[in-house]
Every structure is written in structure tokens, then in C-alpha cells.
Design a protein around this ligand. Sequence first.
Ligand code: C2E
Ligand code: MG
Ligand code: MG
Length: 639
Amino acid sequence: MFVDKQKSSNIIDLNRSLQQKETEIELLQKTFTEIGSELDIEKVFQIVSERARELINAETLLIPLLDSNCETYTYRGGAGKNAEEIVGESLPLDFGVCGWVWKHKKPWWQGMMNELSGDEKNRWEQEAGNMILVPLQGKRHFLGGIAGLNKRGGGSFGKKDLSLLQLFASIVSVAIENAMAVKSMEDSHALNEDYRYKLENLNKQLIESSKELEYLSLYDSVTALPNRSLFYDRLSRDIVEARNDGSTIGVLLIDIDSFKDINDTLGHDLGDSLLNKIARRFDDGININETLARLGGDEFTVILPGHDQAQVLRRAEKLIDSLKPAFILEKNSIVVSASIGVAVYPDHGENIGNLLSHADFAMYEAKSSSLKICVYNPDSDHLAQGHLAMVADVRTAMKEKQFELHYQPKVSAVSGKVVSAEALGRWCCTERGNVPPNIFINVLEQNGLIDEYTYWAIETALAQAKDWQQRYGEMRIAVNLSPQTLMHPGFKEKFDQIVKTENDGKLLTFEITENLFLSEFDRLAEVLEHICALGVELSIDDYGTGYSSLSRLRRLPVSELKIDQTFIKEMVDNKDDQVLVHSTIELAHNLGLNVVAEGVENEAALALLRKLGCDTIQGFLISQPLPVEKFNAFIEAQS
Ligand code: C2E
Ligand code: MG
Ligand code: MG
């Protein structure tokens, strides 16, 4: 009977324990399905805390997690008594039971007491019975733990609680780790967004300020019309187009009559506002593909693409007519008249310089006669007569290969060694003697011969560089490139034919002046990228004489900057030039550019340039441009 009683009590116990197991399993399963699909970290903490609390029947359940600094831990989740107050609190890692668990990577529960040494036992005894803490070990790193405080209904957490909580922890740790990874991804995404937002804003500011700079460098502040620089740029572009499609361009030079008197009478402020009003009248009749610019003072100019002489004259008359109604300025009624000189591309000139000077000539003819408008007439321009003979001679020189290249060494400011050479065109004409390159290059440019000349110069320089490579090792030769050639549609193709390998490219530098086609910047950049991809280096020549800013130039693949000789020459005695040279060197270095000083003629300049950190020196102090044999002798003497 007793045995039966015992048996049935055992069976009841077994049933109870089975039931409890079932409940536990149910609870575990429920938890896993709940958190399995949950990626919101706060919700995961909430579910884990509540279910774990139920599982081990704890008064309070807390989830302490290691902070990313690995020096503190924070209670990230919790459920039950006082949990709300504790969650969010951070403590140092070596503090309390948590610290013990981090250190030993073992669970904490009452049974641990037997494993402790005497000192530790005394230290932890108070907390031992009413606390259980199992580690949360993620797949990638140690996360923290799950802690139960005070068994509900009294008593201590036992071995069974420990196994259950360990089982629970081992499974939820994956969910916690995933949710934490998602959270940190979200945080860094938010951070990225934040950075992106800030960057976008900075970029916007940069674009705005560079637009402002660009505006200031291209537009006249009094009339808001394009200035001389933009006028040159537009006319160069229009000439390239007209040359390609065989069309004509009208160029008008307008000078306001007696403006000086008006200015003197009204004062400069009213004078400026009159100029502005005149600009508005002129501008009314200007179409989108045409350019009205203020060259300075009382001089305006108009570019009329696709206009022949008769059309240009009609437009000039309209401009004169637009001035007829009196201008009212502070109750003064002012009547203004103007004189216009006309030049038409290509009849009166094939380049900007020619067209402008001929329009100017015509304008003075108009002023000195009773006519308001005059078209350029070569018969009355005696200078032009001589010019035609010059053009004929330059053509012959090109045909008969009379041009030569001389080479001027560029030396290291530090070692004095020759690092490269600049090829400079020379023409010794039988009738005229030595003609300076500035003159014949100009004639070549005006008469459509510059491309042929430049290809010859590149080929000649490249052959020379190969010869020097054999004799003295690799050394680049710099060739001066006319902007027209660079912008010529066939340039890329022709250049590819000349430069066959990257090794060829590595022997060349192209020097280009900074006043390149400003409005064709993108097209230019594309051509320059192509050249650079072939190993060629780009150098900005005569820096300081033009209108471009370094910030603009840095958008091109440039590697060298040559400070114009006018600054170098004056530098020793002129503080302003010294400051300009100094700041240019600094800025260029900040942009990673090599700096060359041109026109170094004396030791004082050299010493100063060295002090300012200039990299390369070129000038008569080192050597004049030399014919090949003399250049060879120079190098050999040096080594
Ligand atoms: P650049 O490219 O700025 O060349 C430097 C000029 O300064 C050269 O004048 C050179 O002889 C001169 N120079 C060098 N060191 C000194 C110095 O210490 N003192 C003085 N006073 N002058 C010095 P160059 O040879 O008369 O050439 C003048 C310009 O003609 C060149 O200026 C370049 O823009 C152009 N040029 C020359 N050859 C060519 C060419 O083959 N193609 C093109 N497109 N232009 C060329
Ligand atoms: Mg040069
Ligand atoms: Mg130069």
C-alpha cells in the first residue's frame, strides 16, 4: 500500500514535471517564434526579458550588455520589479556579479559559491542566492548576459533554472546579435545619411562660391555683361565653329562718343549707371547665340555669328538707333551717340587679334569721319599691307621646313640638375632674319597653319627626347600648345598617331596658357584627360597673367605650374610680386603641383625662389634656349 502510494505520488510528480517541461518548452518555442522574425532591438530585449523572467520565475529580469567601448556595460532590457529604473543604467565592467561573469565567461548562480575561494565567497555571498546571470555569447563576440534577481515566492535559483536560462540564452543570443547588427547598420546608415547631407551642403556652398568666382572673373560688374575675357572665349569658340562650317562672323566695336565728357560732368557713379542703361538698350536686340560684351571704359563689342557684311551693317544701324531716345538720369536728360567699327570673319581677319584690331581701326575711321559706322578696309590700313607679305613668308617657311626648335633647360631648384627642357620655336627667315616666335606663332594661328606647325613641333620634340633618352636617360620635353590646336576636333586622332606608346607620352609635357577656352571647359577637360592617359604631363604656362583661378585649374589633370616671368623679374624688388609668387607656390604645392619659375635672370631671384620652395628653375641665368648640339654640350658639361 505504501509502495502504491509512493508510486502514485511519483507518477503525480512525474506528471507535474512533464507538464512543467511542456510549459517550458512551449514558452521557449513561443519566445523563438516571437523573436525569430523580430529585428527591432528594443522589441527583442522586451520579449527576451519577459519570457526569461517567466521561465525562471524571477522577480526582476535584466539584460546587461557590453558597451562598444568594452569598459562599461549597460542594462539594455528588463522586466519585473524596478526594471524600468534600472534599464539604461551603465556600470564599469569590473563592477558586481556582471563583472565576475565577463571575467570568467561562466554563469553565476548559487552553485558557484562552492567554486569560490574564501575571499571571493565572502564578497559575493550576499548576492549569490538571489541572483542568476548567464552569459550571452554571440557567434562573433561576447555580448553580455541575462540576469534574474530574486526568485518569486522566495528561495534561490537552482540548477534547473541555470540549465533553462543557459538553453534560453544560447538560442536568443543569435536573435539579439542579429538585431544588434541591424541596429548598428541602421545607425551607421543614419550617420552616412547625416554625412551625406553635410557633404551635399558643403558641396552646394562650394559650387555657389565657385560660381560666384566664375561670375566675377567672366562678367563686368558695372553692366553685368560678359567682360573681355569671356568675349575672347566666345569669339574663339565661334571662330572654331565658323572655320568648321565655312560661315562668317560679324564683329562690332562700339565706342560711345564723348563719354569722357559725360563722365566728367555727371561724376563716375552716374557715369556707371549710364553705361548700365546703355548696356540694357544694346542687350535688347541681342540673340541667344550672339555676344554683347563690355571691353572696358566706354567700349562695347558684339559678336554676330553667321552674319555677312550686309547683315552686320543692318544690326549696327539698329544699335545706333537704340541710343536715340534720351536717357534720364536723376532728372538729367542725356543724349548719347556711338561710333561702330565692323570686321567680318574671315575676310578681315581669321583670329581674335586681327578681327579686333581691324574693327578698332574701322571704329577710328568712323569717329574721324562723319559716318557712324565703318567697315574695315584693308586699302586704308597700311599696316595690313606689310602683314600680308608676312603671311606669305610664314606660309613658305612652313612649306620649306624653315622652322627649328631650340631647347631651354629646366633645372631642379635644389640640385641644379637638368630635369627637363622646353622646346621653343625658332625661325630664321632669309629676308627678315630671326623672327620672334610670338610673331610667327601669331601669324600661323591667324592663317590656319598652327595645327600643322604644332604637330611638326610635337614630332620633332618627341624624336629629340628619344635621342636624349638613349644618351642621358629619360627627360621630358615641353612643347607649347596653342589653344586652337587643342580644341581642334581632329586633335585627339592626330595625337594618337604621333604618340604610339605610353613610353612616348612619358617623354612629353604640354605647356598650355591658362586663358584657354573658359566656356569650353568640359570639352577641353576631356581632351586633356585623353592626352594624360597617354602619359603626357600638362603644365600651365605664364601663370598669373590670365583670369583663371587655381581652383578652376585643379579640375584639369595638370601637374605643373609655370609662374610668368613678369612676376619673377620684379620679385626681388617688388613686395607684391613676392607675395604673389610665395602664395602661388604654397597653393600649387597644396594641390600637388610642381612649380616652375620662368625668366630667372639673376642669383638674387634664384636664392629667393629657393627660399620660397620653388621646385624648378628656368631662365637665362641657367641657360638661353639652345640648338640641339649646344644643349648636348650643356648637359655633358654639367655631368
Ligand atoms: P613661353 O612658353 O613662356 O616661353 C618662355 C619664353 O621666355 C621664351 O621666349 C624664352 O626664350 C624666354 N625666356 C626664358 N628665360 C628667360 C629669361 O631669363 N629672361 C627673358 N627675358 N626671357 C626668357 P621665346 O622663345 O621668345 O618664346 C616666346 C613665346 O612664344 C613662348 O613663351 C611661347 O608662348 C611662344 N612659343 C614659342 N615656341 C612656341 C611653339 O613652338 N608653339 C607655340 N604654340 N608657342 C610657342
Ligand atoms: Mg612655354
Ligand atoms: Mg611662359
